[in-house]
Design a protein around this ligand. Structure first.
Ligand code: SF4
Length: 453
């Protein structure tokens, strides 16, 4: 059984706030970077202010211990909005007759990637609606191969519909880094209601997507629940149960846990969020994911506004998208096309503005892609991260990639980039690594590119 719904429901029956002493024991355990049990998480879900502050603070410390100050930046590249499913909450659903439909040609997808490359992005998340006659496996493979061949984008991750093992094997060979499939809601009855027709109707096939990905050779996996469809406490427990299942069955923790919260979408049938999640609850969720699965990239997208995205950096978020467009062709067109988008974004800042802001807040903007390409994936990555040994790599690689950005693409953020690079070098504990990074920065200034640890 991938997740035990009865066990999760039973854990949620208790909504008593745990004592300070119990919370302290759980947080001490989290600081050892070994993760938390479902029982631990269930107790943290019941913690209210002011004790919540201790959870948020500890999550910030755990993030610092695992990844240091680096915040990874990326953009989604939407390939198609021609979906055969009818998810009530989504602008791409098949019965949304208002939507302006589009599947990018391979050439158009490459142009989108080139547009993003020119802005300084190095990692992209391809997003494809489910459609066997449009955005099928052959199409996705052609896009992946063309972007790698014709651009300097360094890693492509993929968020797509669940697939059979044979298709996933082809994606792995083509060089997809992280494979993401979000369950949307782990609550079966809500899932059935939200997905009334189409291939996505099958809860179990979606839930087993990660198992098939592992069979196909993927070891960097991305999971997540769309917050707002059902009780967030259930979704958080179920997401962590899914993570723990992957670890117990395959020895692999998820590489990322995304934290999408329901947003308005043109043509959505949900006019109101069924189970609203407040900003305070959202921060707690980010923090709990960080504590429970300390080595996962906790990902917060531009669904959230700039102020909240600033705050989640302090409580465990480690990856953020920036400058996102959620409609196919959105980067080249460079406008807001709400009627073609999957959902409305709330942070409209450019990558340059986000980089400047992240640096000013004392974090280290990073465009690094090195682990995927240096073979630090799956359990190897987890072992390095949980022993505190990845963060020096993150620091050095963040400095190297930010230097490239500063020279090649920075606008107003240039000064902030240079200051952040200096500051980050000072943080690298390993003297040999620091000297190496300093020497590599000079090589980048002299024109070399794509140097990494
Ligand atoms: S060194 Fe690895 S974990 Fe750190 S930012 Fe780069 S790719 Fe990510």
């Amino acid at each position: 059984m991938i997740i035990d719904i009865n066990r999760i429901s039973a854990l949620l029956l208790n909504n008593e706030q745990p004592s300070n002493a119990i919370v302290e024991i759980i947080l001490d355990k989290a600081l050892k970077l070994k993760g938390l049990t479902l029982e631990d998480v269930a107790m943290l879900l019941n913690v209210r202010a002011p004790l919540r502050e201790a959870i948020l603070k500890t999550a910030g410390e755990v993030k610092q211990a695992v990844f240091g100050r680096r915040i990874v930046l990326f953009a989604p590249l939407y390939l198609s909005n021609e979906c055969v499913n009818n998810c009530l909450y989504c602008g791409f659903r098949i019965e949304n007759r208002e939507a302006a439909r589009k599947t990018l040609s391979v050439e158009e997808a490459v142009r989108e990637a080139k547009t993003l490359e020119a802005k300084g992005y190095k990692r992209l998340l391809l997003v494809a609606a489910e459609n066997p006659s449009k955005s099928n496996i052959d199409y996705i493979l052609k896009v992946v191969e063309a972007i790698y061949r014709e651009t300097d984008i360094r890693i492509l991750h993929l968020n797509a519909a669940p697939m059979p093992v044979d298709d996933l094997k082809r994606l792995k060979v083509a060089g997809i880094g992280v494979l993401q499939v979000f369950q949307e809601t782990y609550h079966p009855e809500t899932y059935a209601m939200m997905h009334p027709s189409g291939r996505k109707k099958d809860y179990s096939y979606r839930l087993s997507a990660m198992d098939r990905a592992i069979d196909a050779g993927f070891d960097d996996l991305g999971i997540g629940a769309l917050l707002g469809l059902y009780d967030w406490r259930f979704e958080v427990l179920a997401t962590i149960a899914h993570a723990r299942y992957l670890k117990e069955r395959y020895g692999i923790w998820p590489h990322t846990i995304s934290v999408p919260r329901l947003r308005p979408a043109s043509g959505s049938l949900l006019k109101e969020t069924p189970y609203p999640v407040s900003d305070e609850e959202f921060k707690l969720i980010v923090a709990i994911y960080r504590l429970a699965v300390p080595t996962a990239g906790v990902v917060v997208s531009t669904r959230e506004g700039a102020d909240l995205r600033r705050e989640v950096l302090a409580v465990g978020a480690s990856q953020i998208s920036a400058g996102s467009k959620t409609e196919p062709g959105g980067y080249e067109a460079d406008g807001e096309h709400y009627e073609a988008a999957q959902f409305a974004t709330d942070d409209h800042r450019t990558l340059d503005e986000v980089i400047e802001d992240v640096a000013a807040l004392g974090y280290m903007p990073s465009l690094c892609t090195s682990c995927y390409r240096a073979g630090r994936t799956g359990s190897d990555f987890h072992d390095m991260a949980s022993s505190g040994n990845i963060k020096d790599y993150c620091s050095a690689n963040a400095a190297l990639t930010l230097k490239e950005y500063s020279i090649d693409a920075a606008g107003d953020s240039k000064e902030a980039c240079e200051e952040a690079i200096e500051r980050e070098l000072g943080e690298i504990a390993d003297e040999k690594l620091k000297a190496g990074a300093t020497e590599r920065l000079l090589r980048i200034e002299a024109g070399e590119r794509d140097i990494y640890y």
